[in-house]
Ligand binder design. Structure first.
Ligand code: GAR
Length: 198
């Protein structure tokens, strides 16, 4: 059986990326083919190398404000690696419509909130400030609208009295590491029913 190929886009530490790579073994229908970062200093690049996955860094700063040129360079690099599926894992760049359209139905993202709540940044602080009893994370298909698109899975976390954004983020991240691999495995099998954890 030939495996589906998954490329993972990161900007930082890459803990979600590592959990995705580690999940793609044994009878899993996919394998990681490339890790791409817009940040050459991203700690995740070393984690990917340690796991034997090829890495590329394309520094977005070299493209100034030209998002289209940056995305075109990413697309060229990705096409060489021939991925079937793209996973955004802490990738902190807004993508152009052309790029999103190219991967339509084949690009996933993980976002640290229970979407549609708290699109964008500082999600943990916003959940605490709003007095929410629960918070969590969402994996969704990427469409051109930011942090939108069909929801493929969610994991919930209780907000505790006295929680700081950092403490809450750490508990959500643990759930992210369970949710994203679970969603990817099902997605690879053509199943888009939402995965609900815990
Ligand atoms: C994760 O919490 C992910 O949900 C978030 O960035 C973190 C990356 O951590 N993504 C976003 O905020 C996207 N808008 P990681 O590099 O350790 O996986």
């Amino acid at each position: 059986m030939s495996h589906q190929r998954v490329a993972i886009l990161i900007s930082g530490g890459g803990s979600n990326m590592a959990s995705l790579i580690d999940s793609m073994s044994g009878d899993h229908p996919a394998r990681a083919c490339l890790v791409l970062s817009n940040n050459p200093q991203a700690g995740g690049l070393q984690k990917a190398s340690e796991r034997g996955v090829p890495t590329v860094a394309i520094d977005h700063r070299e493209f100034g404000r030209d998002r289209a040129a940056f995305d075109a360079e990413m697309l060229k690099t990705l096409l060489d690696a021939q991925p079937d599926i793209l996973c955004l894992a802490g990738f902190m760049r807004v993508l152009t419509e052309d790029f999103v359209n190219h991967w339509q139905g084949r690009m996933l993202n993980i976002h640290p909130s229970l979407l549609p709540k708290y699109k964008g940044l500082n999600t943990h602080a916003r959940a605490i400030e709003a007095g929410d009893a629960e918070h969590g994370c969402t994996v969704h298909e990427v469409t051109f609208a930011l942090d939108d698109g069909p929801i493929l899975g969610q994991a919930r976390v209780d907000v505790r009295a006295g929680d700081t954004p950092e403490a809450l983020a750490a508990r959500v991240l643990k759930q992210e590491h369970k949710l994203y691999p679970a969603v990817l495995r099902r997605f690879c099998m053509g199943n888009k029913d939402p995965v609900l954890l815990p």
